[in-house]
Design a protein around this ligand. Structure first.
Ligand code: HEC
Length: 289
């Protein structure tokens, strides 16, 4: 029974994405938890513990985290490391020069990353961050040992890999091949197609098999499938990443919580005013026939 359940869960945890040749990786919709204080607090904790080593969020001070419901005491106890004060800016521990030296590119400041990565057309920066943090796969051929689908050849390693657990990734790429050595009639305008399947195992070793597609008349495409080997851990990870993403969305615009609260009061006021105005209107015109 348990095995069956786990099997079903494992099936759910394999996710497949297909895209047409040339297109960027399609982004998943990030759950919006910016109004959920418990999520923001969890996101803040993850951010301080896992991201602040390399990145900063220099437009944010620790004591501003009281706005997401943390007390000064909690900030001191669970988020500050020795030497940091609650009034300090959230700056990382490595300098831009060191970042450049170690990674080739300095880790960007994440203060406004959620706004900077917005792509328009309803695709938010949060969608990008949420997808980015969930599409790392092990690849021993990369200097960091990792690659990423949303940001191919990213210089950042998958720092949360232990929380996500082991995964496999299979890439199926259908691409046209030059009809080489053919002397007979050419195979139509597009030539013939080939399917290359590359499987990255949980340790990042890749095996590729190719297969000629004889009568294929479609287009080139790429399909990516992740398989979580520890589905429960992977599901908990998705939940954490949603919190972390919401925290970064809040950091990029901390005023949004207040703005929304003010918005509610304004709508209430307008509603009340409408009632008053209608009654006034009614009584003004009562005697006019
Ligand atoms: C070991 C250092 C390191 C840690 C820890 C780290 N990052 Fe990064 N991060 C980098 C580097 C380096 C880059 C620049 C990548 C590049 O441009 O190739 C980067 C880039 C990024 C980007 C921008 C991606 C883009 O498309 O430009 C985001 C978002 C990001 N990191 C989020 C995070 C989050 C969230 C965490 C915490 C879970 C984190 N990083 C932890 C090193 C790190």
């Amino acid at each position: 029974m348990i095995k069956k359940l786990l099997g079903a869960l494992a099936l759910m945890m394999t996710c497949t994405v297909t895209l047409a040749a040339g297109g960027g990786y399609p982004l998943d919709k990030a759950p919006d938890r910016v109004n959920d204080l418990a999520s923001l607090q969890n996101g803040a904790k993850l951010f301080v513990n896992y991201c602040l080593n390399c990145h900063s969020a220099a437009s944010m001070r620790y004591n501003k985290l009281t706005e997401i419901g943390l007390t000064d005491q909690q900030i001191k106890e669970s988020l500050l490391f020795t030497g940091t004060k609650t009034g300090d800016l959230m700056v990382g521990s490595i300098s831009v020069q060191d970042g450049k030296k170690w990674f080739g590119v300095p880790p960007p400041d994440l203060s406004v990353i959620a706004r900077a990565k917005s792509q328009g057309g309803g695709v938010t920066g949060s969608d990008y961050i949420y997808t980015y943090l969930r599409t790392f796969f092990r690849d021993t051929s990369r200097p960091t040992g990792w690659d990423n689908l949303a940001f191919p050849t990213a210089a950042m390693p998958h720092v949360l890999w232990q929380r996500q657990g082991p995964r496999e990734m299979t890439a199926e790429v259908i691409h046209p091949v030059a009809a080489e050595g053919k002397t007979g009639h050419p195979e139509g305008e597009h030539g013939s197609f080939e399917k290359a399947t590359t499987k990255y195992d949980a340790m990042g070793f890749a095996t590729t098999t190719t297969e000629a597609l004889k009568d294929y008349r479609g287009h080139g495409s790429s399909t990516y499938t992740f398989k979580a080997l520890d589905p429960l851990r992977s599901a908990a990870y998705d939940n954490d990443v949603a919190d972390l993403t919401s925290f970064l969305a809040w950091v990029s615009e901390p005023f949004q919580l207040k703005r929304k609260q003010i918005g509610v009061w304004v709508m209430l006021f307008l509603g009340l005013f409408l009632v008053v105005a209608m009654r006034l209107n009614h009584s003004f015109w009562k005697h006019v026939k």
